[in-house]
Design a protein around this ligand. Structure first.
Ligand SMILES: Cc1cc2nc3c(=O)[nH]c(=O)nc-3n(C[C@H](O)[C@H](O)[C@H](O)COP(=O)(O)O)c2cc1C
Length: 319
């Protein structure tokens, strides 16, 4: 699959995942077949304010693994400042930022805190504002010294049911055609729980209008689901979140290289390697907590024992 100037090794992308997507996890998913990976959502405001804990989340140390940074912005000024900051840090104190290959903008996060400041899905129907934001991103891509091959956005189908019915996403497809290299569409509106069935019927019109690659997102947990999204609904690629959290080996299944679940020996080796890398790269404690639990649940699944409690460690993105 091609995304801007990037030739992806597969059409299966690892989602940006808060508290999950550290460099060591991205390498694991990439080694199993993910064609591209994203950092977790980075708040542009934190970057602009030089907030160390925000900057540390851009852990793009691993030059082998194709990685982009996902930014959460409230307006075009904030984006311009954040991108200038990225350039400055890459040129001085943070040489590993030079490994970044793409920038994605998040318009899907359902967090009330994000929506309250007018960011994320609150921007979906503000098409003039979105145009201004996309123009800043496109102009930066042409001038930055970073090897950015693609600029993209990740949207939902609207802030709520009314916006979905108004198809606020269609003008965004047109904007993406003009100003972006790809568009990821999470097939739900922002008030929907992740258990609500995805609205794939919206993709017929999206597909008809799009000239850029469309990446479908929502409930891809098997090769059959991925086929339906690509062949049935015409998506060029698929973005996987919970399926990869449950078992990173889903990328092996999707790319036709083997089973979607590891053997116990493969899991042992992967967990040891993840721990070694995460320790070496100084991953934040939250990633250790998440993955310790994730590996434990996967191990329980392999041994046939039901993991106790909710199916995944919880996070507000999983409402
Ligand atoms: C733990 C967790 C963290 C997430 N963090 C982000 C994030 O940082 N940025 C983003 O755009 N979406 C984030 N999401 C949403 C997913 O990228 C994805 O859109 C959603 O889970 C639907 O895909 P799925 O059905 O494959 O899980 C997160 C989801 C989960 C479960």
């Amino acid at each position: 699959m091609r995304l801007g100037a990037l030739e992806l090794a597969s059409a299966y992308l690892l989602s940006p995942l808060e508290s999950v997507s550290d460099a060591a996890f991205r390498r694991l998913c990439w080694s199993l077949g993910a064609g591209f990976t994203w950092t977790e959502m980075i708040r542009a405001r934190g970057l602009v304010r030089n907030n160390k804990s925000t900057i540390d989340l851009i852990d793009s140390f691993d030059a082998d693994v194709p990685t982009g940074v996902q930014l959460m912005v409230a307006n075009e000024k904030e984006l311009a400042e954040a991108l200038a900051k990225l350039d400055a840090l890459a040129a001085s104190t943070h040489p590993h930022f030079r490994n970044l290959r793409a920038v994605d903008l998040n318009f899907g996060c359902p967090s009330p805190e994000v929506i309250r400041v007018g960011a994320g899905p609150a921007l979906l129907k503000r098409h003039h504002k979105l145009r201004a934001i996309f123009e800043v991103l496109q102009a930066w891509k042409k001038t930055t010294a970073l090897p950015i091959g693609a600029v993209t956005a990740k949207i939902r189908l609207g802030l709520n049911r009314a916006e979905l019915d108004q198809q606020v996403f269609l003008p965004i497809v047109e904007l993406a055609n003009e100003l972006l290299d790809g568009l990821t569409v999470h097939a739900r509106h922002a008030r929907e729980e992740s258990t609500t069935p995805a609205h794939w019927e919206a993709f017929a019109e999206i597909r008809r209008r799009a000239t850029v690659p469309i990446i479908g997102n929502g409930d891809v947990v098997s090769i059959e689901a991925a086929r339906r999204v690509m062949e049935g609904f015409g998506c060029d690629g698929v973005m996987v979140a919970r399926g990869a959290i449950r078992s990173p080996w889903i990328f092996r299944e999707l790319t036709g290289r083997g089973a979607g679940l590891p053997t116990v020996a493969e899991l042992d080796a992967a967990q040891n390697e993840w721990t070694r890398r995460a320790t070496e790269l100084g991953s934040k404690p939250k990633y250790f907590e998440w993955h310790a639990e994730g590996f434990r649940r996967l191990r329980a699944r392999l041994s046939g024992a039901a993991a106790s409690g909710p199916e995944l460690p919880s996070n507000e993105h999983m409402r």
